[in-house]
Design a protein around this ligand. Structure first.
Ligand code: SF4
Length: 242
């Protein structure tokens, strides 16, 4: 898997919003706070606050983006939440399939549903599948993710809450590491980040260091051992044209 430093235009797309906690990584869910603020401001899309909602009127948005983009799907929830009907998830996947000029990234803390869907459909080649691993208690997500027939499978180690250097990275193409943000951020130790970086280098996995997070006072920003790590798989291979 080739890594790329090309600056692609990034987008977020939220055909569903809202969620409910599933593990310790959810304790300080940023999306919940934003959704409640938008609800208080009277934004129609968030009239239900952080309750799970589907948005028919958002379905065709990627079809209107003419130039290729990297699209993060559902930054304000989890597309694989059990309250979202299968039929709607299929419609979202169908839009992605039709928009093969874009690459879509689905990050879910419920990859078992992605795996189940992947067994039933032909997974679109322009849809990357990812899950979050914040500590060892959720290693089972890696097993589910490996069953998703995606060209790129990725892990978000964010918020990284403990040492996960013995995680099985078989079948993983990309890993992003980050500490928690916000006023009550839980700390990420430098050795946890280093261990993952070293595993990725040894195993040929693209490594992206996102941020230290709010609880790390000695080394702000997003450098790790004096450099920025912003590798990612090359999206060009999955696009129909550039
Ligand atoms: S899965 Fe994601 S969106 Fe849902 S509650 Fe947890 S952190 Fe928030």
């Amino acid at each position: 898997m080739v890594s790329s430093r090309i600056e692609w235009k990034h987008e977020t797309w939220n055909p569903v919003t809202g969620c409910s906690p599933v593990s310790e990584g959810c304790d300080h869910c940023y999306a919940r706070g934003i959704a409640l603020k938008l609800q208080a401001m009277g934004v129609d899309k968030y009239r239900s606050g952080f309750s799970v909602a589907v948005h028919e009127d958002a379905l065709d948005i990627p079809l209107r983006w003419r130039k290729p983009r990297i699209v993060f799907v559902t930054s304000m929830g989890d597309l694989m939440h059990p309250d979202i009907p299968d039929a709607f998830v299929m419609r979202v996947l169908d839009v992605m399939r039709r928009c093969d000029r874009h690459v879509f990234q689905i990050l879910s803390k419920r990859p078992e549903r992605m795996a189940e869907l992947s067994g039933r459909i032909s997974w679109p080649s322009n849809v990357w599948a990812g899950t979050t691993v914040e500590n060892r208690k959720v290693y089972h997500r890696l097993e589910s993710l490996r069953r998703v027939d995606a060209v790129v499978r990725f892990i978000s180690f964010e918020p990284l809450l403990s040492d996960v250097s013995d995680a099985d990275l078989t079948g993983i193409h990309w890993a992003a590491v980050g500490g928690e943000s916000g006023p009550d951020a839980r700390p990420m130790k430098i050795e946890w980040a280093r261990a993952l970086r070293d595993r990725c280098i040894a195993e040929g996995i693209s490594f992206f260091f996102k941020q230290w997070g709010g609880a790390h006072h000695s080394s702000g920003g997003r450098t790790l051992d004096g450099r920025i790590w912003d590798e990612m798989p090359d999206p060009s291979g999955q696009l129909s044209f550039i």
